[in-house]
Design a binder for this molecule. Structure first.
Ligand SMILES: Nc1ncnc2c1ncn2[C@@H]1O[C@H](COP(=O)(O)OP(=O)(O)O)[C@@H](O)[C@H]1O
Ligand SMILES: [Mg+2]
Length: 403
């Protein structure tokens, strides 16, 4: 069918034609936003889920909603686990927020305090900041200790208060939160904690891989109670059908029920895969409705495409040993698996594999949903690993050359 009207859109963060099956979570977040706008407390939220389930898309959608409610959104993504991203991202985003707040209602003592805190914060952490200033002499003592856990709350509180004075609120949204360092996570948890205690209009909505719940708990013991951790996973079958059918119908086309069933089985209802199968099915089918035969015919090309473009990039970033570890996991099925069972599949011990496992966790390839368990962060990765490496080899780290 005509690719010009193909409504499916696989791609990181690309808004789907139909954002299916997330109504409940969207409502939870909207209620939280309305509560902070109304001067009430709302529990901060960290959405967790595997790659490709739609976390980024949801966060973007929530940001749009927040802005429509008159909320100031501070939003950024942490690109990797190297650390040091939080401070500059925060300075840039908060500078923009202060500018907008100043336009809503000029100056005022509250805004001057916030602007001074931002200047101090930027100076003490050596971030170049030539943005918003009210000509205020930086007041000593606010957000200028050089200790992030002290300074981040001291920066965010006056900004949230200044927003509150303008009948607005601050929503801080951070994508890929699992990449924050422990220090950054601690500071963030502390800021959320302070905001709740001081009753300022501030809400945090984060998104990240499932290990984030454990990471925040390790960073701050009270973080377990501080955040809600809604899990985003595969869509329910009804929602998955809707994700395919509604966009097709909007273009005057359709799928047969059998075609939908087949796609649901192949994708296990994971959003990224639904978009990919939908897109290819559309492009290869001669006419509407798209049938199960069309899906069967397109299948091998779709799998090859996913292998090359979605799975392969992640595989290629791994060392040989890491690949072996992932292969052993796939031998056991989709997972999560007991870490000891993975070692057994490689005929070695968990202890010897601990460094490989750690590096795979820090690069975001695998995660530990519970103590002693290990799972893929990418859905359907087990099938890919078996296609890439048909045979499972026993664990054989290279011997050091005898120099
Ligand atoms: N609720 C949904 N319904 C249909 N498609 C979705 C949904 N959520 C996400 N998608 C699609 O899935 C893909 C991955 O979304 P993304 O937000 O990048 O996932 P994540 O951030 O969890 O890795 C995108 O192509 C997006 O259009
Ligand atoms: Mg994402």
């Amino acid at each position: 069918m005509d690719p010009r009207t193909n409504p499916f859109s696989p791609g990181a963060g690309v808004r789907p034609a139909q954002l299916a099956g997330r109504e409940g979570l969207i409502e939870t977040c909207e209620i939280a936003m309305d509560r902070v706008l109304g001067g009430l407390h709302a529990t901060d939220i960290i959405m967790t889920g595997l790659r490709g389930v739609g976390k980024t898309v949801l966060l973007n959608h929530l940001a749009t909603l927040a802005k429509a409610h008159g909320i100031e959104v501070v939003k950024f993504e942490v690109p990797d686990a190297r650390g040091g991203h939080l401070i500059p991202a925060m300075v840039i985003a908060l500078g923009a927020v202060l500018k907008r707040l100043d336009r809503l209602k000029r100056a005022g003592a509250g805004l001057r305090l916030a602007a001074a805190a931002l200047q101090n914060f930027a100076a003490v952490f050596r971030v170049k900041y030539e943005g918003f200033s009210l000509g205020a002499e930086p007041a000593r003592g606010a957000a200028d200790s050089g200790d992030l856990e002290t300074d981040l709350p001291e920066l965010l509180m006056p900004v949230a208060r200044a927003a509150g004075h303008r009948q607005s609120a601050i929503v801080l949204m951070i994508d890929e939160v699992q990449y924050l360092t422990r220090e950054e996570l601690s500071a963030l948890a502390r800021a959320c904690h302070e905001a709740a205690q001081q009753g300022v209009p501030f809400l945090f909505i984060g998104a990240g891989l499932p290990q984030i719940a454990a990471l925040t708990g390790e960073a701050k013991s009270y973080a377990e109670r501080l955040f809600l951790y809604p899990e985003i996973g595969a869509l329910a079958p009804d929602a998955a059908c809707q994700a395919l059918r509604a966009p097709a119908r909007a273009q005057g086309a359709d799928f047969t029920d059998e075609a939908l069933e087949r796609i649901l089985a192949e994708t296990e209802c994971y959003p990224y895969f639904l978009q990919t199968w939908g897109k290819f099915a559309w492009d290869t089918a001669e006419r509407s409705p798209i049938t199960a035969d069309d899906i069967a015919a397109a299948g091998p090309a779709i799998i090859a495409h996913l292998d090359q473009n979605f799975f392969r990039v992640r595989f290629d970033r791994c060392t040989g040993l890491e690949q072996q570890y992932l292969r052993a996991m796939s031998e056991l099925g989709p997972g999560p698996h007991r870490t000891g069972d993975i070692a057994a599949a490689l005929a070695t011990t968990s202890q010897r594999l601990a460094p490989v496992r750690r590096s795979l966790i820090s690069s975001g390839m695998i995660h530990a949903p519970r103590y002693g368990e290990t799972g893929f962060t990418v859905p359907l990765f087990d099938g890919f690993m078996k296609r890439m490496l048909p045979a499972l080899e026993p664990y054989k780290p290279k011997r050091r050359s005898g120099k």
